[in-house]
Design a binder for this molecule. Structure first.
Ligand code: XIL
Length: 302
């Protein structure tokens, strides 16, 4: 096939992009989105500060714009994200203890209910593990409500939306030899053994000099899949340019295709100028919307 989405679909997968609602009026952006991608992830619009800006007051306008655009184009939507230490609204940042636990679970229930049956997957919990070598949970107001906060969030999401795949999503979990990867692996194994409802693990895969694409990436994906969960590459971007970057994009695609339970790949933006990265050229299209060598390599690997 001649596009990323159609080529991924040939093996039952998707190729997605993070989308910002305020760019849906940019015709170059939307032209590429509609032509190349068959899945979207709202870049910020489903985060806690966007969907519950005041406690108990839910706001879905921008997220719903993305969902309705995706539906009109036959694209899937990955929901991102229900529970996270970052991009919390001010009211939540200031909460703790039992009140925060109740507020977090209410948020999960309300937002998952609003989108019930409409999404392919939810990143229920994002980035709950610390960086570094101790494999510890990240310290956060949510973690301080009790170590069981993650499973509580997954149970609430399942109760609200039983049909949508529920994912744990994180970064720096790509290298099989890193402590953070092993810590998340142990959590997923524990959840599966105790019947905590988890269906998938998302690997953000923001590759750069500090956390480069690892040669054991395929081992990581297949090892998690062997626990009985699906895996997905959820926020891919690769620092660099030219042939080196293109080769790495091809390797990532090959690794997903080699793992039967790898559902698909999402890049974190469309053009280099859409990237959340302050500088660099980490994506598949240049600032003018032209296909880069990285695009050609990714497509050829699909
Ligand atoms: C980023 C967005 O791309 C930015 O627009 C925003 O300012 C900050 O968040 N990990 C995640 C994403 O899970 O939600 C982050 O998205 C990038 C890192």
């Amino acid at each position: 096939a001649t596009t990323l989405g159609a080529s991924a679909a040939a093996s039952g997968r998707y190729f997605g992009a993070a989308v910002a609602a305020n760019k849906l009026s940019d015709s170059t952006y939307v032209g590429i989105l509609n032509r190349e991608f068959n899945s979207v992830t709202p870049e910020n619009e489903m985060k806690i500060d966007a969907t519950e800006p005041s406690q108990g007051q839910f706001s879905y306008t921008n997220a719903d714009r993305i969902v309705s655009h995706a539906k009109s184009q036959g694209m899937q939507v990955r929901g991102h994200t229900l529970a996270w230490h970052s991009q919390q609204p001010g009211w939540m940042q200031n909460m703790s203890g039992a009140a925060l636990r109740t507020a977090m679970l209410n948020h999960v229930t309300q937002v998952a209910t609003h989108y019930k049956g409409q999404l392919s997957a939810w990143d229920v919990v994002n980035e709950a593990y610390a960086d570094g070598n101790d494999g510890a949970r990240r310290d956060s107001n949510l973690q301080r409500t009790g170590n069981d906060w993650i499973e509580a969030a997954f149970r609430a999401a399942r109760a609200a939306d039983p049909a949508t795949k529920l994912c744990y999503n994180d970064y720096n979990t790509d290298n099989w030899s890193w402590a953070k990867t092993q810590a998340v692996y142990s959590m997923v194994r524990d959840f599966k053994s105790r019947g905590v409802p988890i269906d998938c693990v998302g690997f953000q895969s923001h590759f750069n000099s500090g956390s480069p694409y690892p040669s054991n990436y395929r081992t990581t994906l297949s090892s998690f899949a062997a626990l009985g969960v699906d895996v997905a590459i959820t926020e891919l971007d690769i620092e660099g340019s030219g042939t080196t970057q293109a080769t790495t994009y091809g390797n990532v695609v090959n690794d997903c295709l080699a793992v039967a339970r790898c559902l698909g790949i999402t890049v974190w933006g469309i053009r280099d100028t859409d990237s959340w990265r302050a500088s660099g050229t980490p994506l598949l299209f240049d600032g003018n919307g032209n296909k880069k060598a990285a695009y050609t390599s990714a497509l050829a690997a699909l």
